[in-house]
Design a protein around this ligand. Structure first.
Ligand code: NAP
Length: 274
C-alpha cells in the first residue's frame, strides 16, 4: 500500500531514505523553507515532492520521518506536534534513549523509535534502519524490497545506535586526538613507526578518520553528547564521549570539507585547545 510520508530533512542520509521510499511507490514530500541549496539538490535528485512550509506539508501526509542532525531532533518533533500533526512519527536520529523518550512524550501515540547504521543507502545490504515500538512493524513494511534494510527489534533502537556509534565515532575521535598529542609532543614519527610494527593498520585508520569525519564533525559533536548522556544514565563514565564531542567541536570549521588530511586536522585540533 502506498503511504504519504513527510521526510524531515533530505540530508545525505535522509535523501537516500526518501529515494528508497519513492522507489517502492510511496509519496514522499519534504519542506523547502529554511533549507540550503544542497538539500534542495538532494531532494530533487531523490524525486521528492517539495512543499514550502511545514504547516502545508502536514495537511497532506499521515506519516513523518525525522532524519536530521541529532541536536535538532527535539525541535523538529516539537514543531511537527505544535503544527497539529497526530499521525505516525519516526525519529530515526542518533539520540540517547532519554532524548528518544522526550520525543515520544512530545509526539504521543504515533511515536516510533529508529536508529540508522551504515552509509547513505546506495547499495544493497549496507544500510540498516532499526525500529522499535508498537508501530515498528508497520514502518518496516514501507521499506520492503528497498535498499534500506529495515529491522524491528524488541529493545531500544536508539540505545542500539548509541552503543554502535560509541565505538565507531568514539574510536575515530580517540585516534585523531592521539595523532594531535603525538605531534604536540614531537613523537609523531616515532609513534607511527611503532604503530607500523605493533598496531598494523592504525596509521591508515587515523588518516582515514581525518578524511571521513571532517565534513561531518559538526554533527558528530551533538551525537557524542547524546552517547555521553547514555553512558551517564547507565551509571557508567561519560567522559570518553564528552571528550570525543570536544574533539569534533574543534573540527567544526571543516564542515563539508572533503579529503581534509590528517596534518590539517591535527593543526586544527592543536589550535582549538589553545
Ligand atoms: N550520513 C550518514 O552516513 C549517517 C549514518 C547513520 C546515521 N545517520 C543519521 O542521519 C541523521 C542525518 O544525517 P544526514 O547524513 O542526513 O545529515 P546531513 O547530510 O548533515 O543533513 C542534515 C539535514 O538536516 C537539515 N538540518 C541542518 N540543520 C538543521 C536544524 N537545525 N534543524 C533541522 N534540520 C536541519 C539539513 O538542512 P540544510 O541543508 O539546510 O543544512 C539537511 O537537510 C543523523 O541523525 C545521523 O546520525 C547518518
Amino acid at each position: 500500500m502506498s503511504e504519504s510520508i513527510l521526510l524531515l530533512h533530505p540530508g545525505e542520509m535522509g535523501a537516500s531514505i526518501g529515494a528508497a521510499l519513492r522507489a517502492s511507490g510511496h509519496a514522499v514530500r519534504w519542506v523547502s523553507e529554511s533549507r540550503s541549496d544542497e538539500t534542495r539538490r538532494r531532494a530533487a535528485a531523490a524525486d521528492l515532492a517539495s512543499i514550502e512550509t511545514l504547516e502545508s506539508a502536514l495537511t497532506c501526509v499521515e506519516n513523518v520521518i525525522s532524519v536530521c542532525p541529532p541536536g535538532a531532533a527535539v525541535d523538529v518533533a516539537r514543531s511537527v506536534h505544535d503544527s497539529g500533526f497526530r499521525g505516525v512519527y519516526v525519529d530515526a536520529n542518533a539520540v540517547s534513549p532519554a532524548t528518544s523518550r522526550r520525543i515520544a512524550d512530545i509526539v504521543g501515540d504515533g511515536f516510533v523509535d529508529g536508529g540508522i547504521i551504515g552509509p547513505p543507502a546506495r547499495r544493497p545490504g549496507a544500510t540498516r534502519l532499526y525500529l522499535s515500538g508498537d508501530l515498528a512493524y508497520q514502518v518496516a513494511s514501507w521499506f520492503e524490497g528497498t535498499l534500506v534494510d529495515a529491522r524491528t527489534v524488541d529493545c531500544s533502537a536508539s540505545a542500539l545506535k548509541m552503543c554502535y556509534a560509541a565505538y565507531t565515532k568514539g574510536s575515530s575521535a580517540l585516534v585523531l586526538a592521539i595523532r594531535a598529542l603525538a605531534t604536540s609532543q614531537g613523537v609523531e614519527d616515532a609513534l607511527l613507526s611503532e604503530w607500523n610494527i605493533s598496531q598494523p593498520g592504525l596509521v591508515a585508520r587515523s588518516d582515514a578518520a581525518a578524511r571521513g569525519t571532517s565534513p561531518k564533525a559538526w554533527r558528530f559533536e551533538g551525537e557524542m553528547r547524546e552517547i555521553a548522556a547514555t553512558f551517564s544514565e547507565a551509571g557508567l563514565p561519560s567522559g570518553f564521549h564528552e571528550a570525543a564531542s570536544d574533539i569534533y567541536r574543534g573540527m567544526r570549521e571543516l564542515k563539508s570539507v572533503k579529503d581534509a588530511d590528517i596534518e590539517r586536522v591535527v593543526a586544527i585540533l592543536l589550535a582549538s585547545g589553545k
